[in-house]
Design a protein around this ligand. Structure first.
Ligand SMILES: NC(=O)c1ccc[n+]([C@@H]2O[C@H](COP(=O)([O-])OP(=O)(O)OC[C@H]3O[C@@H](n4cnc5c(N)ncnc54)[C@H](OP(=O)(O)O)[C@@H]3O)[C@@H](O)[C@H]2O)c1
Length: 301
């Protein structure tokens, strides 16, 4: 468990899944902003409601951010019970505990709740149609969260990369150093999103918009394919000296690299609703990538 010293007058933010990619950076963001913060991960199992109840006993919790999940999309296909235990029942437990202790809840969800047959950015009210176990259990989690805690905020995000944990940017940079040629799928469209951007939105909600509720889509701006994203990593990475040599990035079709779980072909999320609430549009994904790589380069991650 991570804990910063609570200010006497302020109830703490409880980050569930505090050792994950989002959870770790969010805990740092909140602490830097002066929010008292407590964090739990696997030792306080979200699949076990009594563990969550025991944790809140005797604490003043003002906000709960549920960043814990079963996120291994392909593995979930062979492990549906465990995926459902975390992404559906675990989410419901977080919502019940928020209601019981009078805390506001921010629950994290995914672009994968859509099947990807759309041709324009998905809005929050579009009907969900998940394909695959991970997606189905996350969609079920959303429904259960809103049932148990109607005032909850659900943030659907996508294609995250951040300084803590394995992600597409780190994998590409490594492969570009190791190989002469990499094939990357060019027929899936979405929006790469810096964890830092998502943390900034969560901080803004907690600090400035505590009365918000409902579903919001939160990603960086614009849309691209994994192939174009990889090409941008190569271009910017070379410019900054992070990628030596001239590894070729080649487009390929999803069908050439079948995965256990099918991915949505188009999972761009509309940012209009969150932009209207915050009064500021998200940073274009490529600018986010450049900032991210610069921080890697100068060691300020
Ligand atoms: N990453 C993406 O591209 C992406 C895209 C869209 C939406 N999201 C959503 O964003 C949220 C955060 O994602 P992330 O990438 O930060 O996930 P992550 O890195 O996998 O972090 C999840 C954390 O939850 C922990 N955890 C696992 N089982 C638990 C349990 N029973 N009780 C409590 N904690 C448990 C994990 O521990 P272990 O590591 O030991 O399992 C891990 O520390 C998730 O809801 C995810 O569905 C992510």
């Amino acid at each position: 468990m991570n804990e910063t010293q609570p200010r006497a007058e302020q109830a703490a933010v409880w980050v569930i899944g505090c050792l994950g990619m989002l959870g770790r950076e969010l805990t740092e963001t909140l602490a830097d902003a002066g929010w008292p913060c407590v964090g739990t991960d696997r030792e306080c199992d979200i699949g076990d409601a009594s563990a969550l109840r025991a944790f809140v006993t005797g604490r003043r919790i003002g906000w709960i951010v549920n960043a814990a999940a079963y996120t291994a999309v392909d593995r979930a296909e062979d492990d549906p019970d465990q995926a459902r235990r975390l992404n559906a029942q675990g989410a419901a437990h977080c919502a019940m505990i928020a209601t019981t202790c009078g805390a506001r809840l921010i629950h994290l969800s995914t672009d994968y709740v859509f099947d990807g047959t759309g041709r324009r950015p998905y809005v929050e009210d579009d009907p969900v149609c998940p394909i695959g176990v991970y997606a189905q259990t996350k969609a079920e989690g959303e429904r259960l969260v809103l049932e148990a805690c109607p005032g909850a905020i659900i943030l659907r995000t996508a294609w995250l990369y951040g300084r803590h944990g394995g992600n597409f940017v780190h994998t590409m940079l490594r492969l570009m150093r190791e190989r002469e040629r990499i094939q990357v799928v060019a027929d899936q469209l979405g929006t790469p999103t810096r964890v830092t951007s998502l943390c900034a939105v969560i901080l803004a909600l907690i600090t400035r918009f505590p009365d918000a509720s409902g579903i919001y889509h939160v990603t960086d701006g614009g849309e691209t394919t994994w192939y174009e994203f990889a090409s941008a990593i190569a271009e910017e990475g070379r410019r900054m000296g992070l990628v030596p040599g001239a590894c070729r990035i080649e487009p390929c079709a999803t069908a050439a690299y079948p995965t256990r779980a099918r991915r949505p072909a188009y999972s761009v999320l509309s940012k209009d609703k969150i932009t209207a609430l915050l009064g500021v549009a998200p940073m274009p994904w490529r600018e986010g990538l450049v900032e991210y790589l610069k921080r890697m380069q100068d060691g300020t991650h």
